[in-house]
Design a protein around this ligand. Structure first.
Ligand code: 97T
Length: 290
């Protein structure tokens, strides 16, 4: 997969072994070293036309902060999408086989489902905004040439899109074939690795607690069922714990299973309903706790 990142802080990402940063280490760094991932960093200021390499300006209508200039972003995207990222004369818009991803606090929530969709793309282009954002015409214009996603990684405000790009890329890259050491852990983790397989009994639930040796540590024992060798009992216990944890910390996900998913409540067996009822979610009752 080819990944282009346009930013005013290309050094932040650390894609080289020398300046190892978020994209230069661990699974992503190894995949890049193997050539499975082809990262191209682009300094947005390259496309600024004035002597000060200005990329922002004051907002029309007033207000705090600065807005990133459409002309700079427009030529940057044209060049990165149509060529190898080198500055060329204005080129005719081609039909790039890429998806443009623009992190913004006002975007649609980034989910495991989106991570899986991005992992299926041949090419991703990220546009990192700073200041109060990018002139809105940039995304509108890009949409005439390609798929554009404005995505948020959560309900908080960052100084710029760089960290959000790292979050998205880590979620995407571990789904690529060969990137993850243990292929099974991507399918087993919370949210089912994004495949949303209908048959996955843990779909939509958070993972419960996990343990390794020693059996006893600081007077704390590993739950005996995990040492029992009874795989059915272990699976049931894990599901109970997953239901309890999800009910405790993400009641919205339990509500989603019960009433938001078509046939969702039918995925719950009698034991599930008992566990959820104890956690304050009467699945069939007249009154819902949440
Ligand atoms: O707060 C931001 C600023 C710039 C780019 C992205 C963000 C953001 O993305 N998700 C949450 C916040």
């Amino acid at each position: 997969m080819r990944v282009d990142i346009i930013t005013i802080f290309p050094d932040y990402f650390g894609t080289t072994a020398k300046g190892a940063g978020p994209l230069g280490v661990s699974l992503i760094g190894k995949a890049a070293a193997r050539g499975d991932l082809d990262f191209r960093l682009h300094d947005l200021r390259r496309w600024a036309t004035d002597v000060h390499h200005t990329v922002d300006d004051t907002p029309f209508g007033g207000g705090p902060g600065m807005v990133m200039k459409p002309d700079v972003w427009g030529t940057a995207l044209d060049d990165v999408l149509t060529g190898d990222g080198t500055v060329t004369a204005p080129s005719a818009p081609s039909a790039p086989l890429a998806r443009l991803i623009v992190p913004t606090p006002s975007g649609t929530p980034f989910t495991q489902g989106l991570a899986a969709a991005y992992a299926a793309e041949k090419r991703l282009v990220f546009a990192c905004g700073r200041y109060e954002g990018i002139d809105s015409r940039v995304v509108a214009d890009a949409r005439s040439a390609m798929a554009v996603d404005e995505v948020s990684i959560g309900d908080y405000v960052l100084a710029g899109g760089e960290v959000a790009v790292c979050v998205i890329l880590e979620a995407v890259c571990r789904l690529l074939p060969g990137v993850l050491g243990n292929e099974q852990s991507a399918a087993d983790d919370s949210f089912g690795g994004g495949t949303g397989e209908a048959g996955d009994p843990m779909r939509g639930l958070l993972e419960g607690p996990v343990y390794t040796r020693p059996r006893s540590w600081r007077g704390r024992e590993v739950p005996p069922v995990l040492l029992s060798g009874d795989h059915q009992a272990i699976a049931r216990w894990r599901r109970d714990e997953a239901l309890r944890r999800t009910a405790a910390v993400r009641p919205d996900l339990v509500s989603q299973i019960i009433s938001g998913t078509p046939g969702g409540a039918a995925m719950l067996d009698a034991r599930d309903r008992t566990v959820l009822a104890e956690a304050g979610f009467p699945v069939d009752g007249e009154s819902m706790a949440h």
